[in-house]
Design a protein around this ligand. Structure first.
Ligand code: BES
Ligand code: MN
Ligand code: ZN
Length: 505
């Protein structure tokens, strides 16, 4: 997306549309700025409001047609809801809803009028970042498997925003650059979740990471292939991969943004199950197709690494993505098998569908080689997390108070919601195995399933500060919203970038 700022009044801009956010309050009592617009449009606005066609309800839209009185072909009102101010998440939804509507109208070049209330209360840089990210994420569109090229919708390549003071405009532009990096990283990695698993294989993900690593010398990529995984004794990942025909990999992507502290590392680990059939403990057929998104945690880590590099954050971060299909076959791993991780921990497999925690045991185990100050893992780990929190919040677990707080702060900035769930001895006991070190199913079966999964991971962290995000509900959208389409959501990229920004401070 290209961005420019015009200093003159936004209604003079030569654009295909002008977007005007309007709250319910403003729809009742028209403020000064809107009154001027109304006069220009010969009372169209007051007429529309009097008719009750637009009330300012969040994400509601109304297009007005200036018919030549100003250069723009349309003025698009977008409702911001009841409050005077909006949260970061709400603002992204507002600009996202407008952006998607304009994309549907095939309008590429449009101007946004920033509400005065936010200009006063929000930092312009933050507003710029959320605006750019909101627009880019909202207009993501996965159409590359459609044979008709007309199915591909335009990406906005130009927005203007006004009016701002010179200093505000400068800060806003800095924010736009940051939000653009984040939004583009999100859309880059969302594609991996939307692609069929037969194309988005572990090797494909590794190739994408390789292309990314080539973009900057401060990236260093190691792809552990099957031979390397055997050499490094990744018994857990190799165990899950036994049923798959496509070879597993472990992607290790370093960002060396702080060469002054070459030994100071933090690790991001993402579940990269490219397709989860459940394996021998096979899943029911209904909606199994969606399990192509089971690599979303890994994709979020790659997306975050891309944005962290683009923003040149001054910190050292290693992204680790163990990746494999989980499929049944004559060679597949079986319930009752015992696997050994690269740290020598033994895992009794009680259900081959609880495969995410198994491959993460190796991923986290590999992260420990960096003696990291913190490990954060992301995984579409449990259906139980969706039962607990639905699709609006990710489950957040942490064994470390300051890492927990850092993620909460990151979440408030990015608008990606997290909810704290517990850990503790009571749960840890449930994943102790009678014959191995740990077992991949809680002793009480599905009870507290998201928590026992986290407790299993905690057993693999060896006391390192660690946090786990269960993104099973947040990584995939089964329904369309005004601000985004169906499919992969990109959850986690912005959150991890905000976390990394704190690490870089
Ligand atoms: N990838 C699934 C979790 C999942 C389910 C994510 C639905 C998104 C939507 C995970 O590998 C899984 O199958 N978990 C099992 C664990 C159970 C066997 C203990 C689950 O949640 O049913
Ligand atoms: Mn599974
Ligand atoms: Zn899975």
């Amino acid at each position: 997306m290209r961005y420019t700022y015009t200093e003159h009044a936004p209604f003079d801009a030569k654009v295909e549309a002008i977007v005007v956010p309007v709250s319910e309050q403003e729809a009742r009592v028209i403020p000064r700025t809107l009154a001027a617009l109304d006069r220009t449009l010969n009372g169209q606005l007051t007429a529309a409001l009097a008719a009750g066609d637009f009330t300012g309800k969040e994400h509601s839209l109304l297009a007005l047609y200036p018919a030549g009185v100003i250069p723009a072909a349309r003025v698009l009102l977008v409702g911001t809801g009841k409050k005077k101010d909006v949260t970061p998440l709400e603002w992204q939804h507002v600009v996202g809803a407008a952006a998607r509507a304009l994309q549907g109208m095939k309008a590429k070049r449009w101007a946004l009028v920033l509400p005065e209330a936010y200009r006063k209360t929000r930092k312009p840089s933050e507003l710029g970042a959320l605006t750019a990210k909101g627009i880019i994420a909202a207009t993501y569109h996965f159409a590359e498997y459609k044979s008709d090229p007309a199915a591909r919708l335009p990406v906005p390549d130009f927005i203007t925003v006004g009016p701002l003071s010179a200093a505000q405009a400068k800060a806003f532009a800095v924010g736009v650059a940051e939000g653009t990096a984040i939004g583009e990283a999100m859309n880059w990695m969302r594609r991996f979740g939307d692609m069929p698993s037969s194309d988005a294989t572990p090797t494909y993900l590794a190739d994408q990471a390789r292309a990314l690593a080539k973009s900057d010398k401060r990236f260093r990529l190691t792809v552990l292939d099957r031979a390397a995984l055997e050499r490094e004794k990744f018994g857990a990942l190799l165990g899950v991969a036994r049923g798959a025909a496509t070879p597993p990999v472990c992607i290790v992507l370093e960002w060396r943004g702080n060469p002054k502290q070459p030994k100071e590392w933090r690790a991001l680990v993402g579940k990269g199950v490219t397709f989860d059939s459940g394996g021998i403990s096979i899943k029911p057929g209904d909606k199994m197709d969606e399990m192509k998104f089971d690599m979303s945690g890994g994709a979020s880590v790659l997306g975050a690494m891309r944005a962290i590099g683009a923003l040149e954050l001054k910190t050292n971060i290693v992204g680790i993505v163990p990746a494999t299909d989980n499929l049944p076959s004559g060679t597949a791993y079986k319930p009752g098998d015992i696997l050994t991780t690269c740290r020598g921990k033994t895992i009794e497999v009680l259900n081959t569908d609880a495969e995410g925690r198994i491959i993460l045991a190796d991923g986290i185990g590999y992260a420990l080689r960096y003696e990291p100050k913190a490990i954060v893992d992301l995984a579409t780990l449990t259906g139980a997390c969706i039962v607990a929190l639905g699709t609006h919040y990710a489950g957040l677990f942490a064994n470390d108070e300051s890492l927990f707080r850092a993620l909460r702060t990151a979440s408030e900035t990015s608008g990606e919601r997290v909810w704290h769930l517990p850990l503790g001895d009571a749960y840890t006991r449930e994943v102790q195995s009678d014959i191995a070190d740990i077992q991949n199913l809680g002793k009480r079966g599905r009870e507290g399933g998201a928590i026992t999964a986290a407790a299993f991971l905690q057993e693999c962290t060896e006391g390192t500060p660690w946090a786990h995000l269960d993104i099973a509900g947040t990584a995939w959208a089964t329904d369309q919203q005004p601000w985004r389409g169906k499919g992969a959501t990109g959850y986690g990229v912005h959150l991890l970038v905000e976390l990394a920004k704190q690490w870089a401070r």
